[in-house]
Design a protein around this ligand. Sequence first.
Ligand code: ACM
Length: 266
Amino acid sequence: MKTLTVASLQNSPEFGNIRANLHDLIGLLPPGCDLAVLPELCATGYQFRDRDEVMDLAEVIAPGQEPGPITTRLSEVAEASGTTIIAGVAERDGDRLFNSAVLLRPDGSRSIYRKIHLFMDEKKLFDPGDLGFSVVDACGVKVGMMVCFDWIFPESARTLALQGAQIIAHPSNLVLPWCPQAMITRSLENGVFTMTANRIGRELRTDTPLEFIGLSQVISPTGERLVQLGKEETGAAVVTINITEADKKITAANDLFADRRPEFYK
Ligand code: ACM
């Protein structure tokens, strides 16, 4: 048995107010937590009007380069608290813009993921992720990242699980209603913990009003919803998990991965 205390944070950001949003997020971080997942675009807000607006609020997050203010501040918090933090951040890389997630370890190192499946207006605002899905070591376990709308493509979680992910961290800004239920299946079919961190509130910065559904959660590899927040509260969905449960054995005779028949999946 190897236990880990994990938390999916749920906030209500004010668009563009990075300083206040970061302050709120840091205040939500539970003490003594090994891994905390924060929502997609957690400190900027979601509904950018155009690419120029993204360019103004986006920052460098790639390892090996001087990071921007959100990454720097959350990295300081990771170091001070001993918590590995995964946060959704608008990433600038030269002229390119990505809807990314950054994983910040207490030792100051970081890993990134660039959202592969862009949702609605994101297609006009961001470049599609170009790094693929990858699994990294963090807080003594194998962690994979995907961002929000990636959930509707089962290939996202499957690819991460096949690479050995034990936990899939899922920063989100969900507006469609189906994801919290679908992630039960993603966990079960892949034998992984999933941590969806969503936001609440509304944004009406274009002519498409958006209402974010909350319901941040942690799901076990057997599809049990271990903890979930409501649709209107901010807070942290915290639970202590036994990572050895991220197993592929379904019956004495069945293994989720060993029993796959990829030759018939074409
Ligand atoms: C989404 O991908 N933010 C719905």
